[in-house]
Write a protein that binds this ligand. Sequence first.
Ligand code: HEM
Length: 184
Amino acid sequence: MTAPLTVEFIAGGQGVWAIDRVVPVLGETLPPAASLSIVPAGQTASEAVAWRLKGTVSNARYSHRSELAELAIRQEGLGRSASRQAVLIPIRKSAAWWALAQDERRAIFEEQSRHIRIGMDYLPGIARRLHHSRDLGEPFDFLTWFEFAPEEEEAFDTMLSRLRETAEWGFVEREVEIRVSRVQ
Ligand code: HEM
């Protein structure tokens, strides 16, 4: 059995992604830095680090079989050559969210908020990877990562507005947007 992948997003002076801007969305923001790199967790950084965030690529919690099947057909992977832009969005949800039962969270996430349905409209243009951080004792519960070609940025912003209007986002208490572009 292969262990789940745990990675660190490290902001500092070097990295394949240049940080264009750090946008505070909700709650405490993150300090500015020049570059962002994504490395397997546990690697020591060789130079000054502004901040580092850890997350694990885990199993799906809420998606139904039919949704996973549709996602598998529609989505494309990270690392496409056209994906010159990316966004890291760390998110923390409230104690009220975590006090809910799994079926109550699913109902808010999809039946009420249509998270997967909304997201599906932007595939395959946007490639994504979700990392879970809550059980690692991190400051955020999730690190969400998106890659796309520059011409998809407007669509990405529309998707963000749609998601942020949902009932699910009523449970978000900290959110930061880190907009990056590829250096090489
Ligand atoms: C590209 C379009 C998107 C698609 C197709 C998509 C799809 C999904 C799916 C299928 C899940 C559930 C995984 C599971 O079953 O556990 C999920 C979870 C999540 N997504 Fe998205 N998503 C998209 C965009 C976004 C965006 C733009 C954000 C952030 C601004 C976001 C934040 C999250 C978070 C935080 C979770 C975890 C929710 C939780 O477990 O409470 N997603 N997404």
